[in-house]
Unconditional design. Sequence first.
Length: 327
Amino acid sequence: MNSENKVLLQVINLKKYFPVSRGLFTNRQTRYVKAVDDVSFEVFDGETLGLVGETGCGKTTVARTILQLYRPTSGNIIFDGIDLTSLAENELRKIRRRMQMIFQDPYASLNPRMTVGNIISAPLDVHTDLGGKEKQDKVQDLLRLVGLNPDFVNRYPHEFSGGQRQRIGIARALALNPDLVICDEPISSLDVSIQAQVVNLLEELQDRLGLTYIFVAHDLSMVRHISDRMVVMYLGKVMELADRNEIYLRPRHPYTRALMSAVPIPNPRKARDRQRILLKGDIPSPLNPPNGCNFNTRCPMAQAICFNTDPEYREIEPRHYVACHFA
């Protein structure tokens, strides 16, 4: 990915709030879970953008809202010049074939009553007019593409291992030749020995097919390996966005520094010399986030301004963005 690549996706001031009723039998008073709160970033054509943060920080909600599986509360999602938030369902259906998702759990995302051939051909049934023989050939080609035997078309998901099931999910996502693929923690439920194989497959497919990825994960080492740039989220907001090496070697936000200090180092001497940053307390509830900076309850650098004023998300160096008063 080079800096001259065109912007494929823009996420602008995205918010997604989920209403929560206060009472069991009344909907009069409603609070909101601020799952995603004013998130902005862009994705360049052909790159892999890593989306990282603790569990519950809003990563998956961002991913699903980009695909319009959740309709945003406010904000804009511009895909290849088209604002997805302004499209009706029938218009979304036409463009949705260009955006696909690989889901986290390969055991839950495949219908156990459908054969592998039917699972992979489902997008073709919805979006194309391919006949029986053409569709069968396409499904077998997709199975070969992800490293599976094309003769497996009549088998069922329970006959496969977790890694093989995730390959089936990848084949289904690639059936319509998408431009953007969102990988929602695609390796988190797999054995460590299989994770590297799946990541290598994703990289090979990106090179071969010219894909653009948004890679959602909490395994920071793996995200550094596969990503070009990284977005660090905390409690529904973006804390920092930069090149992957900038994030790892020169993190500017105190939350990013704490995350990076927890990444294992294979060299024992360097690991001994490194200073761990241990955050105190728990993540606040997204039902009632703190005033000012979302991170102020756990930040070792927090001062008075942090409890009163939300920090501006700003560019402190070329293509390095931070939301911190003291970055």
